[in-house]
Write a protein that binds this ligand. Structure first.
Ligand code: VGL
Ligand code: ZN
Length: 197
């Protein structure tokens, strides 16, 4: 089946969620397909840039001892500690053009899964006149899920780039359930091919 091409404009924004080393193979919170997600996302981002759309990239950015870490009673191994190699973007996420970086998770006591939480992403998108938000990255069942749900709630026309996401899948099927929840909230799904002019 053919997908549906989206004709991108300056009112469209790609939000690349947390394509960082610690969420990729070799990292403490690895998504199995993380390397492929980085490569696919690079191509999606290029398509956005070439059509004059905007590109944003979020970065999970925790202080040492963050409340989401097991040592502090949280659910996760330490990850994406500010300034560490693990917090860097995956080396195959290439954004050699204008883009904005949104750091989140800086508050010691709040686990900001959504790129909209504790950031000025909503204000930045609105100030730029953005009406459609396209989301992909890591991880489908946490930060992608919450970013998409917030984008829907705020009222953006929201798209999930379904071949540029990957799940942690702590419980089997978490990624699939997250996709159902996003679609249930009104998000549409597209693929890389639909973004290429
Ligand atoms: C994430 C768990 C903890 C994510 C961030 O980016 O999905 N997951 N911190
Ligand atoms: Zn985190």
């Amino acid at each position: 089946m053919w997908g549906s091409k989206v004709n991108l404009t300056a009112q469209d924004a790609l939000v690349i969620v947390d394509v960082q080393n610690d969420f990729c193979p070799g990292g403490p919170l690895a998504v199995a397909t993380g390397d492929e997600v980085a490569r696919t996302m690079t191509r999606v981002a290029l398509a956005f840039n070439q059509q004059g759309a905007r590109v944003y990239a979020t970065q999970d950015w925790h202080p040492a001892g963050h409340s989401s870490f097991q040592e502090s009673g949280g659910p996760w191994p330490p990850h994406c500690v500010q300034g560490s190699q693990g917090a860097e973007f995956h080396p195959e996420l290439n954004l050699p053009f204008d883009h904005e970086i949104i750091k989140k998770g800086n508050d010691l006591s709040v686990d900001a899964y959504s790129g909209f939480l504790d950031s000025n992403l909503e204000e930045r998108l609105k100030a730029a006149g953005v009406t459609r938000v396209f989301v992909g990255g890591l991880a489908t069942d946490y930060c992608v899920l919450n970013t998409v749900l917030d984008a829907c709630r705020i009222g953006f026309e929201t798209y999930l780039v379904s071949d540029a996401i990957g799940a942690v899948d702590v419980h089997l099927g978490d990624g699939e359930r997250a996709i159902e929840a996003m679609v249930g909230a009104g998000a549409k799904t597209i693929t890389l091919d639909d973004t290429v002019a």
